[in-house]
Write a new protein. Structure first.
Length: 243
């Protein structure tokens, strides 16, 4: 809890009024660390007090606690009366990554403000892409509007979420079984596809050159890329580098 009290909150307090603050709603990429519901309430109060505009990146709904649970930040901020922007994506939850399917929702303080914002948004759209590709959006619309298909999708999404959770636990336990003394338990406590592993740039380089394990220099890893077939090799390689 201390990190939000002495880090994030202090940063928010120092921002000038009107600042746009980009925050992941859930399954933070790259850290895997999410705010609790109580911490989100603190963020809302700080935004109110400082006149800040939250911009919520909602790319991973359903990969954290569940579809409804992950939407808590969206609800508490949009219902607070604070103008905000919400960018949601279906790239991961519908396996439509290359279709780039999503939407931008803008919550304003009045109907008049909405009209003015819409005018500006239309200008940006016209100069940027004019008309978005509709194939992926039509797929998402067809599934969400059909009771049977939606139920099937929610079941499959839950399966993806639970598999990632299982890989987190398996990864932590496997490293421990390989004799790794460094504490990786934080990975099991996080959520979503990503995590900062704590591996150094030199260790990442050695894993790449010696074992062909490709991790970005910051040590960020994608837990969704781990499976029961490669977990042994991955953990043995990390254990050797750490040893």
């Amino acid at each position: 809890m201390a990190w939000i009290s002495h880090g994030m909150t202090e940063c928010l307090k120092k921002l000038p009024a009107g600042s746009v603050v980009v925050i992941h709603a859930c399954c933070h990429n790259p850290s895997g660390v999410d705010l609790t519901n109580e911490q989100w309430k603190i963020v809302v109060d700080l935004c109110h007090a400082g006149g800040l505009i939250p911009f919520l990146d909602f790319a991973y709904q359903g990969f954290g606690g569940g579809l409804d649970e992950d939407a808590f930040p969206i609800r508490i901020i949009s219902e607070s009366g604070i103008p905000c922007l919400i960018a949601n994506s279906f790239s991961k939850s519908f396996a439509l990554y290359r279709e780039r399917v999503g939407a931008l929702t803008i919550v304003t303080s009045s109907a008049d403000e909405s009209k003015r914002v819409l005018t500006q948004v239309k200008r940006v759209i016209r100069t940027n892409y004019s008309n978005p590709a509709s194939h992926g959006a039509q797929l998402v619309g067809a599934i969400l509007s059909d009771e049977v298909l939606r139920s099937q999708w929610e079941t499959e999404l839950a399966g993806m979420r639970e598999r990632i959770r299982k890989m987190r636990t398996l990864f932590v336990n496997s490293l421990r079984e390989k004799g790794v003394e460094q504490d990786f338990s934080f990975i099991e406590q996080q959520s979503g596809m990503f995590s900062f592993s704590g591996l150094s740039a030199d260790q990442v380089k050695e894993l790449r050159e010696k074992y062909s394990l490709y991790i970005v220099g910051s040590g960020r890893i994608c837990l969704a890329a781990i499976n029961e077939n490669n977990i042994g090799y991955i953990c043995e390689s990390i254990a050797d580098v750490l040893g």
